[in-house]
Design a protein around this ligand. Structure first.
Ligand code: GDP
Length: 365
């Protein structure tokens, strides 16, 4: 399963946010692909399309799709040099598919800041530098090995050296590896290095409770936005403390509390959606009388593999899929009408599933 890792300096609000995630979160038991681990929180992806589909199909239940957040505490200055448990944390980051960096944008004299004062850009640069240093080490090690292999005369190694050199130059300039433009084929040569700065990133600006409704007045947030804009990264403004309170509430109480705060939805919901997008994930639906359900695939997944997310038998015995786009189905108002309008398609093994496709699989057992 795909995972997003939460990182940040100590005392920026990571645990508070992670607690909100686990409190609001789904039981891993409902999502067999999810890990049962105290550092992993399972979140359901809020998707208004599910209710729309349910209105058409009247199912017994609605099941959203889910993915995992991992709490990666302990990243500090010097982590790449193995200070403290530094290297161990960096190896945890290696295992995630995208990075959520929490940045402290709230003032609170009772809560110590590791470097003495609130300075979000300094904080971001401290973290990002550790990631860059860790990547440099990976690149250097690989370079040594590749240069030896070069002697075999295989051209492939020549290309690899060139890619490694380009990445190294980028890192030395203080830039993340992901900013480098390489072809798919070139990236494939270094994929097994799991470079930390190649992973996509988004920033969470953690503001004070009283600022959530008016975060634009917070100059720290503005600084984070400017920094992120340069990297084309997204910024989600939340108050971790408020989120942990929201997560305690349900139904109407929750709605009322959000209204009091002047919010349309919880920051956590916004964060979940942004992280889902960052991970490059698509949702397709199954819509039967038993359940209307959302399923997660990576962009570019073909129909049999998409079916395999439901069950491996579906993939193995795949014959074809009946597909209707979400918009077409909603417009038609019923499956029968969609069929009459010619919106229901039969697709085969090579079909690339699109976000919002409503799928029905035919398969051999
Ligand atoms: P971590 O070290 O990054 O995991 O940080 P914690 O989540 O433990 O938070 C550190 C301290 O900051 C705790 O005392 C939190 O209650 C406090 N804190 C977290 N978010 C906020 C916030 O939005 N406003 C205020 N005033 N305090 C917060």
């Amino acid at each position: 399963a795909l995972k997003a890792g939460i990182v940040g300096l100590p005392n920026v609000g990571k645990s508070t946010l992670f607690n909100a995630i686990t409190k609001a979160g789904a039981e891993a038991a409902n999502y067999p692909f999810c890990t049962i681990d105290p550092n992993v929180g399972v979140v359901e992806v809020p998707d208004p399309r599910l209710q729309q589909l349910a209105d058409i199909v009247n199912p017994n239940r609605i099941v959203p799709t889910a993915f995992e957040f991992v709490d990666i505490a302990g990243l500090v200055k010097g982590a790449s040099q193995g200070e403290g448990l530094g290297n161990k944390f960096l190896s945890h980051i290696r295992e995630v598919d995208a990075i959520i960096q929490v940045v402290r944008c709230f003032e609170d004299s009772n809560i110590t800041h590791v470097s003495g004062k609130v300075n979000p850009i300094d904080d971001i640069e401290t973290i990002n530098l550790e990631l860059i240093l860790a990547d440099m080490e990976s690149i250097d090690k690989r370079m040594e090995k590749t240069k030896k292999q070069l002697k075999s005369g295989d051209k492939k190694y020549q290309q690899e050296v060139s890619v490694l050199e380009q990445i190294k130059t980028t890192l030395e300039a203080g830039q993340a590896a992901r900013t480098l433009e390489l072809t798919e084929e070139e990236w494939a040569l270094v994929r097994d290095l799991h470079l930390l700065t190649q992973k996509k990133i988004l920033y969470v600006a953690n503001v004070a409770e009283e600022e959530v409704a008016n975060a634009n007045a917070n100059t720290y947030v503005e600084q984070v936005r400017q920094y992120a804009a340069k990297e084309e990264a997204e910024v989600i403004v939340i108050s971790a403390k408020v989120e942990s309170e929201i997560a305690e509430l349900e139904g109407e109480d929750r709605q009322m509390f959000l209204e009091e705060l002047g919010l349309e939805e919880s920051g956590l919901d916004r964060l979940i959606r942004a992280a889902y997008k960052l991970l490059g994930l698509y949702t397709y639906f199954t819509a039967g009388v038993q359940e209307v359900r959302a399923w997660t695939i990576r962009k570019g997944t073909k129909a049999p593999q998409a079916a395999g997310v439901i069950h491996t038998d579906f993939e193995r015995g795949f014959i074809r899929a009946e597909v209707v786009a979400y918009d077409d189905l909603v417009q038609a108002g019923s499956m029968v009408t969609a069929r009459d309008q010619g919106k229901l398609r039969l697709e085969g093994k090579e079909y690339i599933v699109q976000d919002g496709d409503v799928m029905h699989f035919r398969f051999n057992v």
